[in-house]
Design a protein around this ligand. Structure first.
Ligand SMILES: C[S@@+](CC[C@H](N)C(=O)[O-])C[C@H]1O[C@@H](n2cnc3c(N)ncnc32)[C@H](O)[C@@H]1O
Length: 223
């Protein structure tokens, strides 16, 4: 069973670096989740609770709770379960089969449709099919072409009248991206709007970590 993590990124960073160097930008996620299942690694993003910025956004009345929602890179399923609780019919997917299996096991009576799928190679019938798309911290663990494709494909999931909410770490255009997770610039956030989406609100906020981390809370709409 994957435990709540204490944000030790050592193993994740090593696996990410090896995977990127081998030209397989998404291979390390399954390796990490599988090692965590064996108690040999931690999943640094496994908070085992819904993202507080998502909860705050919904509490401000921004979530309709109607229609189909999709959660990108759903990990262990907490955000997907939260959206299902708001009333959405939720599909949640992750490239790592062990993460999807763990989410199904954690929420055995869930109404969420958990799937193994790749944001970089989406099922064609998902394009433009969702009223609400949630992207939390997936783009920031991808680089280069995979990162650009992930941004474009996140936007492509949004159907007519739909909303995309992006949560990500933030950095300046000329800031050092450092090690994984690699924060997004304002230009990268703006790129979510390239395919016919309009920005509704793009806020840069500080979280309550010590020291505080800069994050984007960005909402887009397709008319
Ligand atoms: C940093 S974690 C964030 C997980 C979750 N969204 C959260 O906030 O806790 C990124 C997640 O995206 C998944 N992921 C990475 N690349 C992906 C891809 N191309 N398609 C689907 N999922 C992907 C990883 O397996 C991992 O679960």
């Amino acid at each position: 069973m994957i435990e709540r993590s204490m944000t030790d990124r050592t193993t994740a960073r090593r696996l990410a670096a090896e995977s990127v160097a081998a030209g397989e930008p998404t291979a390390w996620f399954e390796t990490l989740y599988a090692a965590a299942e064996q108690g040999e690694a931690v999943v640094p993003w496994a908070d085992l609770e819904p993202n507080p910025f998502l909860v705050r956004w919904a509490a401000a009345g921004r979530a309709t709770g109607h229609g189909r929602a999709i959660v990108i890179g759903c990990g262990l399923g907490d955000d997907a379960e939260y959206l299902a609780g708001l009333g959405y019919a939720v599909v949640a997917f992750d490239v790592a089969p062990t993460a999807v299996a763990a989410a199904r096991r954690r929420f055995p009576s869930s109404e969420v449709d958990y799937r193994v799928a790749d944001l970089l190679d989406l099922p064609p019938d998902w394009i433009g099919a969702f009223d609400f798309v949630l992207e939390v911290y997936t783009v920031q663990v991808l680089l280069d072409e995979a990162r650009r494709t992930a941004i474009a494909n996140s936007a492509a999931l949004v159907g007519p009248g739909g909303t995309l909410l992006v949560l990500a770490r933030a950095r300046d255009e000329d800031g050092d991206p450092g090690q994984m997770p690699w924060p997004l610039t304002r230009a990268e956030i703006d790129a979510f709007a390239a395919d016919g989406l309009s920005p509704i609100a793009v806020d840069e906020v500080l979280d309550d970590e010590d020291p505080p981390v800069r994050r984007w809370v960005a909402e887009f709409h397709r008319s």
